[in-house]
Design a protein around this ligand. Sequence first.
Ligand SMILES: Nc1ncnc2c1ncn2[C@@H]1O[C@H](COP(=O)(O)OP(=O)(O)OP(=O)(O)O)[C@@H](O)[C@H]1O
Ligand SMILES: [Mg+2]
Length: 346
Amino acid sequence: MIELINISKIFRSGIHEFSALKNINLKVAPGEIFGIIGKSGAGKSTLIRCVNLLERPTQGDVIVAKKNLTTLSETELRHSRRQIGMIFQHFNLLGTRTVFENVALPLELQGLSKKQITEKVMPLLTLTQLEDKHNAYPADLSGGQKQRVAIARALACEPKVLLCDEATSALDLHTTKSILDLLKDINAKLNLSILLITHEIEVVKEICDRVALIDQGEIIEENDIYSFFTQPQTSLAYEFIKTSLKHDLPFNLKDKLFEHPVANSQAILRIIFHGQAAAEPFIAHLMQDFGIKLNILQANIEFLKKEALGIMIVKTINAHDKLDQAMAYLKTKNVNVEILGYANAI
Ligand SMILES: Nc1ncnc2c1ncn2[C@@H]1O[C@H](COP(=O)(O)OP(=O)(O)OP(=O)(O)O)[C@@H](O)[C@H]1O
Ligand SMILES: [Mg+2]
């Protein structure tokens, strides 16, 4: 639905040049929720603004709904932009217009009649649970309600794509959750593709199907949400996920591990499982089939979008020569297992 091909963006001021985006290639499939995460200044806003050409890339092609936007005339571009809704961190509502009038604005600009506008706006206010606020002004709304208005307005022209620039960053945790739930709902009901940028890993965890990590204008990692959280490829990805998932050793074990087994030492394993694997009684199998007992040192089950993701750190007891076999067995069950080190038996 969205394809970015070799996008670069150079900002020039006088003799100074700044390369904000470098050879970005990305594809967002129809109906997908795709997240781009990165630190402040990484180039996230520049990138998302390139998708609707609010920012013109210095080089590269932007293809949305099979049209190459970079080759269109201004009139054609205005037309194509109707297929791309956008919401922002600070909502960007017009303070002098009511909720209804804000949502109606893009339809007025399209030249629709009053009757047509009402027919389109009212269902959007229902979808975003704002019916009772249709006559209110933005100043009288909470942050969450303002973002709902912005979402309703973004959907007015029935776009195929919704771009979200830090859409929940100005909201508290509870309101963030409700806006993310609304975005998931819209994604499912309207089969809308969503491209969102954020610096919050919790947002990615809650809503995204795929994620790309941007650093200094480059995509340094891209993966489906489960692989991103369970097998981070870069130290920056690891930095992001460790604030959200407990991957690390419990503090009381950190200094006590050694790299190689010694007499009577026990292996410490990190076991990561998700999806179908989470439903398998693999711990019981390790005990029954391999005679390995496990002492659970840390365990955590999270939900990534809809699927469970479990991360456990365990100490094996009496594993000895059966450890390799047991690990091979876990891998056949799509359970990711890794030896973190060895500790003395207590
Ligand atoms: N119009 C501009 N002129 C010059 N430099 C710019 C311009 N817009 C952005 N930049 C620079 O490009 C880099 C990326 O900015 P961008 O706003 O895309 O980052 P971001 O990842 O969205 O950051 P944040 O999380 O703080 O919003 C920054 O170093 C910024 O200073
Ligand atoms: Mg930004």
